[in-house]
Design a protein around this ligand. Structure first.
Ligand code: UFG
Length: 331
């Protein structure tokens, strides 16, 4: 299939690009490189462009005769979304609706959309199934839910097929060590734990140790990026006429912030300097997926099913690329 991957130079998108190409799809990447990295995708597949640039989008969809899109191009910092909701509604909602207009103009009816466990807010029960009520508690989660709802309406009206994939916490790096996490600013837990042991930050702040969880710190379901990527490819290939998929992508295991720190210490043999800080706005105490539906419907087989193996890949990346994609150094 001829696929355009919006945000395909980002952390998760670049893994999907690689997985799609490995399956024989023809892939182009559309990315404004605001968060993505030129080095993370083959240069002959990269179109540098903004989601807001309707003319370039039209040109790209037409030129490459695109048949399906994967849409990763979004801002995804929960904390930032609380303080700058305008940025989130503009890009994640307004620009995405413009993308949908373009898809409509070009009669493209297959879309795989990056949604989030943030659409569930504070779930009434754990683990979270696809039927769990979606009540997001931060602007980021609301932007993702709005687009899920728009997709359902557009799909109904225009005969689209779509998969809304609700990721839990994307983590880890590619097994061959060539693709990994490099955000500026970095806000995610696992990379920041490495930054703390590498001396790039003085200590890791634990945002709240008074949550109603066994050790008082937040619990998340960490899913390896390569497993996320494989689910995207399977979802795309599953999109037949009027297929509407809403799937949770996690491994079904929750780990606390303290457990993540402990695992990093075990793998690296280094002590993580920590400081307890106040809770971060918009953080739910516990998010764990029930991934059974994705496993069943996609015949998806996540390969990384424990935190240790995920963190090992992340450590290799951070050890060998202490400056991320900026200066690729090999130790
Ligand atoms: N945390 C810390 N210290 C840090 C960074 C994070 O204690 O320096 C904690 C957070 O409070 C949270 C956990 O570690 O409890 C994980 O935080 P991340 O920032 O790594 O990830 P989030 O759970 O906030 O965010 C992820 C995705 C979002 C998605 C969200 C759903 O990155 O895209 O899950 O809540 F929306």
């Amino acid at each position: 299939m001829k696929v355009l991957v919006l945000g395909g130079a980002g952390y998760i998108g670049s893994q999907a690009v690689r997985a799609l190409s490995a399956r024989g799809h023809q892939v182009w990447v559309y990315d404004n490189l605001s968060m993505g990295h030129r080095q993370s995708v083959p240069s002959n597949q990269l179109i540098i462009g903004d989601l807001a640039d309707q003319a370039l989008l039209d040109h790209t969809l037409l030129l490459h005769q695109i048949e399906a899109v994967m849409h990763f191009a979004a801002f995804a910092y929960v904390g930032e979304s609380v303080h700058h909701p305008d940025k989130y509604y503009q890009n994640n909602v307004v620009n995405t609706l413009h993308l949908f207009d373009a898809l409509k103009r070009h009669h493209i009816r297959k879309i795989v959309f990056s949604s989030s466990c943030a659409t569930y807010g504070i779930p009434a029960t754990i683990p979270i199934t696809e039927e769990t009520q979606q009540h997001p508690i931060n602007p980021y989660g609301r932007t993702k839910l709005i687009i899920e709802q728009a997709l359902a309406d557009y799909a109904q009206a225009y005969g689209w097929s779509y998969a809304a994939l609700r990721y839990f916490n994307a983590s880890g790096a590619s097994a061959d060590g060539s693709l990994g996490e490099d955000h500026t600013p970095e806000t995610h837990l696992i990379p920041l734990v490495f930054h703390a042991i590498q001396g790039k930050i003085p200590y890791l702040e634990i945002f709240g140790d008074d949550y109603p969880t066994p050790d008082g710190t937040c619990i998340r379901d960490y899913i390896h990026v390569e497993d996320l990527a494989s689910a995207h490819v399977l979802a795309l290939e599953k999109l037949a006429d009027r297929t509407h998929l809403k799937l949770n992508l996690g491994i079904g295991q929750g780990y606390s912030v303290k457990k993540v720190i402990e695992t990093v210490e075990k793998i690296t043999g280094k002590k993580v300097p920590i400081r307890i800080s106040p809770r971060r706005a918009g953080d739910p105490p516990e998010l764990i997926a029930a991934p059974a539906k994705a496993i069943r419907e996609l015949n998806w087989k996540p390969r990384y099913i424990d935190l240790e193996s995920i963190i090992e890949t992340a450590w290799r990346w951070h050890r060998d690329h202490p400056n991320g994609y900026g200066k690729m150094s090999k130790s």
